[in-house]
Design a protein around this ligand. Structure first.
Ligand SMILES: [Cu+2]
Length: 122
């Protein structure tokens, strides 16, 4: 009886340790995935990301120079970012596909060519 209990305690302890170790590696299922995106004339870094359909995501936008934006017309999403004021764009993609976002704040000659590609996988 006693050794059985001990074995059970060790097993539970091991499970707790393992899940702790795992939680350190990947966020909890419900925690949005936070992705930092740096913006400057006339590009986003990274310029594309891949997320899963149904996975809550937060894009944290920061600008290195002037005010910029990021707009996904098809997803009805738009964020503006000003220097020194990071902005967060939270969403959960509900359709798979490739979506191209554009800068939504006029920022100069290359403004029209600023694109950010969001790949959403099933
Ligand atoms: Cu712009």
């Amino acid at each position: 009886m006693k050794s059985g209990l001990l074995a059970k305690t060790i097993l539970l302890g091991c499970l707790a340790m393992c899940s702790l170790a795992l939680s350190g590696l990947s966020p909890a299922p419900d925690a949005p995935r936070r992705i930092e995106v740096s913006v400057k004339k006339f590009a986003y870094t990274p310029a594309e990301i891949t997320v899963k359909k149904g996975e809550p995501v937060v894009l944290i936008l920061t600008t290195e120079d002037v005010a910029h934006g990021l707009k996904f017309k098809e997803l009805n999403l738009n964020a503006k970012v000003e220097k020194g004021k990071p902005s967060e764009l939270a969403f959960t993609p509900d359709q798979a596909g490739d979506f191209v976002g554009h800068c939504s704040v006029f920022c100069g000659s290359g403004h029209g060519s600023m694109t950010f590609t969001l790949h959403v996988t099933e």
